[in-house]
Design a protein around this ligand. Structure first.
Ligand code: LIP
Length: 290
């Protein structure tokens, strides 16, 4: 049967708002969280409860839509071509347990492994980012005002990396080549003999980084190591706001959602591809491998 994307998006927004209420009803501390793969990779009971709520909510209304979620993911589980709801109940769990108000529930609908609906909701600030493929991206704020993204006046050109506000996340892998590549890029993006970018942000939620690129608040977000649930919703939101999403590794103009390396550039009248090439150049021979 044909999917009613508008209706599904509205239902996903309802679920995201319920998730937001669940986040706001608790005030977790670090001690309320448990370690996953290492001490900087954590989960709370709220992550699990929100995912269970979304999963059962989808099963009731859309039993034919498959489900892939961070907290119920099984090793080896793959995205299929079937319509799938991809759920990160709290993207930015570390921010959530430290009280830093930059975390979000991130929900995407994928079809043929591509995101076609994205809903990202940060309850702490009341920002709701949404998009349907081909129908634009929107930001609704805490006071109910809704605007089409990009919300910067026009899509002004992106000139050089030297005038960009950039983001990358540190992630929780602090030892492999991924860490070395990340710290290399911190130096290369910022230093005088590198890109001399305006500055670099690492605010702890890949889903929101994509949305901030969509809104034009960030110029670029370069990242390797994320999982599908961190990025699927933000991916389509950034694209629908006129941004481009490529892979973090040089030459990867058509990244797959499962590729675990992403690089988003905000909507711009010109210069997007030039900035991509400039950042890729800074990587030298280094590459993300997974
Ligand atoms: C987190 C990301 C963050 C990334 C972390 C982690 P979580 O998601 O969004 O940006 O650096 O490695 O994956 O675990 O809070 O859902």
């Amino acid at each position: 049967a044909k999917l009613d994307l508008e209706e599904i998006k509205n239902y996903m927004i309802d679920l995201a708002k319920k998730g937001g209420i669940m986040m706001k009803s608790v005030n977790p501390s670090v001690d309320d969280s448990c370690e996953k793969n290492n001490s900087a990779d954590r989960v709370t009971a709220t992550d699990k409860a929100i995912e269970a709520m979304v999963k059962s909510g989808m099963a009731i209304k859309y039993p034919d839509i498959e489900f892939l979620g961070e907290e119920t993911f099984k090793d080896g589980q793959k995205l299929t071509d079937e319509p799938t709801l991809v759920c990160d109940p709290i993207d930015g769990t570390l921010n959530f347990i430290h009280g830093f108000p930059n975390y979000a529930i991130s929900l995407a609908l994928t079809v043929c492994k591509a995101p076609i609906i994205g809903v990202v909701y940060n309850p702490a600030r009341g920002d709701l980012f949404t998009a349907i493929k081909g129908r634009g991206a929107f930001l609704t704020r805490w006071d109910g005002t809704e605007s089409a993204l990009p919300i910067r006046p026009q899509a002004d050109p992106i000139n050089k990396l030297a005038s960009c506000l950039c983001a990358l996340e540190y992630g929780n892998d602090r030892q492999s080549h991924k860490w070395e590549l990340r710290t290399h890029m911190v130096d290369r993006l910022l230093s005088k003999n590198g890109g001399m970018a305006h500055s670099l942000r690492s605010s702890g939620s890949a889903a929101l980084d994509f949305c901030y690129v969509a809104a034009g608040w960030l110029d670029i977000f370069w990242e390797g190591g994320c999982w599908i649930w961190d990025v699927a919703a933000g991916f389509v939101i950034a694209q629908e706001a006129g941004g481009i999403v490529v892979g973090a590794n040089p030459g990867d103009w058509n990244p797959s959602l499962e590729g675990r390396s992403y690089f988003a550039v905000r909507g711009a009248a010109s210069g997007q591809r030039e900035v991509v090439e400039e950042v890729w150049e800074l990587m030298g021979d280094r590459r993300f491998t997974f």
